[in-house]
Design a binder for this molecule. Structure first.
Ligand code: GUN
Ligand code: ZN
Length: 434
């Protein structure tokens, strides 16, 4: 058994539904003990210390630390790591100018492995312990990511992109080959250790009705897989998809009609969904990945999280970096952008609600909140340890902070990868800041 000690933050429920008072746990001096990859104890140090077996090593991170469940990135493209920060295009143009040319390089498996390693190291450097990842159309792009994630012991979901039209020939599969490749990948990887398969039709713009139907059939056979795709990210995209599927009532109906909506579906963006579509996501248990840095970078819009969370039909919402349209691996920086997206909608996002999205909310979006996303006995021992004084300015600003909510907000407004001191994966120290 090993243990960490320091201030800790976790959630016992959903603050959007039940309020922060009832769901946020801030323990000023906590111990989190871990054994066999899981949390065995969590609580005030004074109560937990006497319960630990004699000789248990307790690493004290000090009063200026904050221990949290590891961050969850519910929408990200590892193959786009090399093209993050590509200038000057909105979604459809950006896909053609930068994304597809980059993804062509993954025909080379060694190249794919190198990027997968960089991607996973960036995740650890930013305290991300679970992500829901798009690979490329190449099946081996999934193999290398899972192989590298397995070495670290990460819980991770990923899938081969399905794409059979409106993309370069060399990036297209067919309805049949995409189905067969995905089927083989599921057999190889889904449920192996901590790895999960996500059936991944890129979006309605690059899949024929036949391919969406095949993806739906595959998901029906493997209902415990995730399903991820993009929806209603930009207005141009919504109009284009409406033209491609003239018989469908709405963008969500395109997916729903083909059996691609329900529990374990994670829809990226969803900025331009209407109320009926939100209602249907709620009713079917599907989730949205809110990707604010990407939405600002591509000029897609400001997702209205308050509308998605409306009390009479709340939708599950996780947070996504959406690398490489997203501009950072830092979850703190992503929360900064999420706050601004709320502001642009005339709403607000409290720091507590924001940290919930980054942890338990993301886990819930992926139907993994019984295993990850919070600190409690029995949960998998994935942790991030933040340094609350990671820059001179943050240190100075923290001295003015009057309460914990203010401290948390300072972190998400000013903090970035420098604030991540350590990342634990399944109870093992997987990253420590030099
Ligand atoms: N829509 C379809 N593909 C993509 C992608 O790779 N990134 C983003 N942001 N949106 C998409
Ligand atoms: Zn995306």
């Amino acid at each position: 058994m090993t243990a960490v000690r320091g201030p800790a933050l976790s959630f016992t429920g959903d603050p959007f539904r039940d309020g922060l008072e009832a769901t946020m746990v801030h323990e000023p001096d906590a111990i989190v003990a871990m054994t066999g990859g899981r949390i065995s104890h969590f609580g005030p140090a004074g109560r937990i210390a006497p319960l630990l077996p004699p000789g248990t090593e307790v690493r004290d991170w000090g009063r200026d630390a904050l221990i949290s469940a590891g961050f969850v990135d519910s929408h990200v493209h590892y193959p786009q790591t090399p093209m993050i920060a590509s200038h000057g295009a909105q979604l459809l143009d950006w896909l053609n100018r930068y994304t597809f040319p980059t993804e062509l390089k993954y025909a080379d498996k060694a190249f794919a492995r190198d990027v997968a390693r960089v991607f996973l190291q960036e995740n650890l450097r930013n305290g991300i312990t679970t992500s829901c990842v798009y690979c490329t159309v190449h099946a081996h792009s999934v193999d290398v990511l899972f192989e590298e994630a397995e070495k670290i012991g990460l819980r991770l979901a990923a899938g081969k992109v399905l794409m059979d039209r409106n993309a370069p020939e060399a990036l297209c599969d067919t309805a049949q080959s995409g189905y067969d490749d995905s089927q083989a990948l599921i057999a190889r990887w889904h449920g192996r250790g901590r790895l999960l398969y996500a059936i991944t039709p890129r979006f309605a713009g690059t899949s024929s009705p036949e391919q969406l139907a095949a993806a739906g059939a595959l998901w029906r056979q493997h209902g415990d897989c995730l399903m991820q795709t993009h929806i209603a990210e930009t207005r141009d995209e919504v109009a284009w998809v409406a033209g491609l599927f003239p018989d469908r009532r709405s963008y969500l109906d395109v997916y729903d009609h083909h059996g691609l909506c329900g529990r374990r579906a994670v829809f990226g963006h969803g900025i331009w969904l209407d109320d009926a579509e939100m209602q249907h996501l709620h009713a079917t248990g599907a989730a949205i990945a809110h990707c604010p840095t990407s939405n600002f970078f591509l000029g897609s819009g400001a997702f209205d999280i308050a509308r998605a969370m409306r009390a009479d039909r709340p939708v599950r919402v996780g947070l996504g970096t959406d690398i490489g349209a997203g501009t950072t691996f830092s979850i703190l920086s992503t929360l900064n952008a999420a706050y601004k997206a709320a502001q642009l909608n005339g709403q607000t996002l409290s720091a507590g609600h924001a940290y919930y999205l980054a942890t338990r909310g993301g886990a819930r979006a992926m139907y993994l909140d019984d295993r990850i996303g919070s600190l409690a006995p029995g949960m998998e021992a994935d942790l991030v340890v933040l340094d609350l004084r990671s820059t001179p300015l943050i240190d100075y600003r923290m001295r003015q902070a009057e309460d914990f909510a203010e401290q948390l907000f300072v972190q998400m407004t000013l903090g970035d990868d420098r604030a991540v001191q350590a990342t634990y994966v399944a109870g093992r120290l997987a990253y420590a800041r030099p």
